[in-house]
Design a protein around this ligand. Structure first.
Ligand SMILES: Cc1cc2nc3c(=O)[nH]c(=O)nc-3n(C[C@H](O)[C@H](O)[C@H](O)COP(=O)(O)OP(=O)(O)OC[C@H]3O[C@@H](n4cnc5c(N)ncnc54)[C@H](O)[C@@H]3O)c2cc1C
Length: 455
C-alpha cells in the first residue's frame, strides 16, 4: 500500500494535534482522521511543559479562551476520575512594588466579570480570605484574591521573603499532567476510528485536495486528504510553507529545572509562585567579577526581568520541585535536539531564592539527579495563538501556543475542529485566527499593552 486516502490529516501529534484530532473524531464524529508524526506522541515540545494552567491574562479574549479550555479539562477530569491529576492551588503572584497597575490590568483581563471576581484583602477585610490547599479543583473558589496585608501574606505563605507586600492569588489555576491528558485523548480518538501514523510530511501538493509525501514510513509514501490541519508546533512555519503560506510565528527557546527538594524548603501545598519583580541576581562579588569579565555572561549581572517561578511537583507526598524563568526573548532556529544552557540551573535557582530565601540552601549544591530541560515557545508577536483557516482552502492551523499550549490545548483543538467541520464558533474565534491581522484597531490595542502574558 503506497498511498492512503482519508478525510482529514492532522500534522503533528503533540498535545495540540492530538486535541484537534480528538475533537474531530469524538465531538464531531468525523471519519477517516489521520494523525501523523515521525516521533512518539507528546515527545517534542509537549514533553517539556511545566504543565501549569491559569485563567490570568491581560486581555479578556485570552481569559475567555483559557476559561473555555479549563472547562474542557475539568470535563476530562470528571469523565476520567481525574486521570490528569488536576490540582487547583492557584497562581500566587508576589510583588514588593505598588500593585495599582497590576490590579488595573486584572480588571482589564477579567473584563465584564472583574468587579465580582477581584477581592482586595487589607486590614479588616483580611478575614474574608481563605486558602485550603486540599480543596482540589472542584472545591476551590474562582476569581482573584489580592492580599495587601503583610501579616496575612506571612501567615499564608511563610516561606516568601519578608519584603513581599502584595500577593495576587489567581484561584482558577493549578497544574495537570499534560502527558495523561494527551494519552486519554489518544485512546478516545482511536476508539472513535482515528489513526496515528509514524512518518513525516515532507511536501504537500495542494493543486487537487492535498497530496502529502510522507517520509519515514516504509509502506505509506503518500496520503491524499480533503483537509489538512497544521499542528506541527515549532515546525508549523515549515509545514505552512509546504502549502505556500507564510505564518507570522517565531520560536524562542525556554528552559526549566526540576530536582528533589531533599532539604524540604518548599511546602508541598504551596501554589505555583511567581516573583513578578525585575531583579539583579544574587551573585557574590567574586562571581559578579568573573561573570563580567566574559562578554557572553556579563548580561547575567544586569537587571533581569520578573516572572521567575517555582512550584512543588509530584503531589502532596512527592519531593520534587520545578523552577522556570522565561527570560529569553530572541527567536532562534529550531533544532530537533536543542542544547540547554549549562548556566541556567544556577541562574534560575539564584533568581528564585529572592522570593523563597530558603532555596539558598542549594547554592552551588543542586542535586546531581536534577532534570534540566527546554523547548520552544512558538509565538506570534502579540503572544496570541493561531487557530483557523491557513489561507489555502481546506488547510487549517492550530499553533503558536507559546508557553500556554498545555492549558489551552483543549480549547485550541475544539476550536480548530469547529473551523474544520463548519460548526458554530465562539465569539473570540476570528481574533485567534489569521483574520486578526485584518483588524487594525485590535492590533493597535494589543501593541499598546504592557504585558503579553508570557510566563
Ligand atoms: C520550557 C517550557 C515550559 C512550558 N510550560 C508550560 C506550562 O506550564 N503550561 C502550558 O500550558 N504550556 C507550557 N508550555 C507550552 C507547551 O508545552 C506548548 O505550547 C505545547 O506543548 C505545544 O504543543 P504542540 O502540539 O503545538 O507542539 P509539539 O509538542 O512540539 O508537537 C508538534 C509535533 O509536530 C511534529 N512534526 C513537526 N514537523 C512535522 C512534519 N513535517 N510531519 C509530521 N509531524 C511533524 C513534531 O514531531 C511534534 O511531535 C511550555 C513550553 C516550554 C518549552
Amino acid at each position: 500500500m503506497d498511498r492512503i486516502d482519508c478525510n482529514v490529516v492532522v500534522v503533528g501529534a503533540g498535545i495540540t494535534g492530538i486535541s484537534a484530532a480528538y475533537y474531530l473524531c469524538v465531538a464531531h464524529q468525523v471519519r477517516d482522521v489521520v494523525l501523523i508524526d515521525p516521533n512518539p506522541p507528546m515527545s517534542f515540545t509537549s514533553a517539556q511543559s511545566g504543565e501549569n494552567y491559569r485563567n490570568w491574562w491581560p486581555h479578556p479574549v485570552m481569559t475567555a479562551f483559557t476559561d473555555d479550555s479549563i472547562d474542557l479539562m475539568e470535563q476530562v477530569a470528571r469523565d476520567s476520575d481525574n486521570r490528569l491529576t488536576m490540582t487547583r492551588r492557584g497562581y500566587a503572584l508576589a510583588t514588593r512594588e505598588n500593585p495599582d497597575a497590576l490590579i488595573e490590568e486584572l480588571h482589564r483581563g477579567y473584563g465584564a466579570n472583574s468587579d465580582s471576581s477581584i477581592r482586595i484583602h487589607a486590614g479588616d477585610t483580611s478575614e474574608s480570605y481563605h486558602f485550603d490547599p486540599s480543596a482540589g479543583w472542584e472545591g476551590s473558589p474562582d476569581g482573584v484574591d489580592v492580599l495587601r496585608d503583610q501579616d496575612l501574606i506571612r501567615r499564608t505563605f511563610p516561606t516568601y521573603a519578608d519584603d513581599v507586600s502584595t500577593v495576587i492569588h489567581i484561584r482558577r489555576a493549578g497544574d495537570i499532567s499534560g502527558q495523561q491528558l494527551g494519552q486519554y485523548m489518544l485512546e478516545r480518538l482511536r476508539e472513535s476510528g482515528g489513526r496515528l501514523i509514524t512518518g513525516s510530511v515532507a511536501s504537500v501538493d495542494s493543486s487537487d485536495a492535498f497530496l502529502l509525501d510522507v517520509s519515514g514510513h516504509d509502506e505509506i509514501r503518500q496520503i491524499r486528504c480533503e483537509k489538512i490541519v497544521n499542528a506541527a508546533g515549532p515546525f508549523a512555519g515549515g509545514v505552512a510553507e509546504m502549502v505556500g503560506v507564510t505564518l507570522p510565528v517565531t520560536n524562542v527557546f525556554q528552559q526549566k529545572i526540576a530536582f528533589e527538594d531533599r532539604a524540604g524548603v518548599i511546602p508541598r501545598a504551596m501554589p505555583f509562585s511567581i516573583d513578578l519583580d525585575a531583579q539583579i541576581i544574587d551573585w557574590s562579588d567574586e562571581e559578579t567579577g568573573l561573570l563580567r569579565q566574559d562578554p557572553e555572561t556579563a548580561w547575567l549581572t544586569e537587571r533581569m526581568p520578573g516572572a521567575i517561578h517555582c512550584r512543588p511537583d509530584g503531589g502532596e507526598h512527592g519531593r520534587w520541585i520545578k523552577l522556570g524563568w522565561a527570560y529569553e526573548q530572541n527567536p532562534t532556529a529550531v533544532q530537533w535536539e536543542p542544547q540547554v544552557d549549562d548556566h541556567f540551573p544556577e541562574i534560575v535557582l539564584r533568581g528564585a531564592s529572592r522570593l523563597i530565601p530558603r532555596l539558598k540552601t542549594y547554592y552551588g549544591a543542586l542535586p546531581r539527579q536534577m532534570t534540566h530541560y527546554g523547548g520552544y515557545y512558538t509565538m506570534t508577536d502579540e503572544n496570541w495563538p493561531l487557530i483557523g483557516p491557513m489561507g489555502v482552502e481546506g488547510s487549517y492551523v492550530v499553533g503558536a501556543l507559546s508557553g500556554f499550549g498545555t492549558m489551552a490545548a483543549c480549547a485550541a483543538g475544539s476550536l480548530c475542529a469547529k473551523w474544520v467541520v463548519g460548526d458554530d464558533l465562539p465569539d473570540y474565534a476570528a481574533d485567534l485566527s489569521l483574520a486578526r491581522y485584518e483588524n487594525a484597531p485590535l492590533l493597535a490595542a494589543l501593541a499598546e499593552m504592557q504585558s503579553k502574558g508570557v510566563l
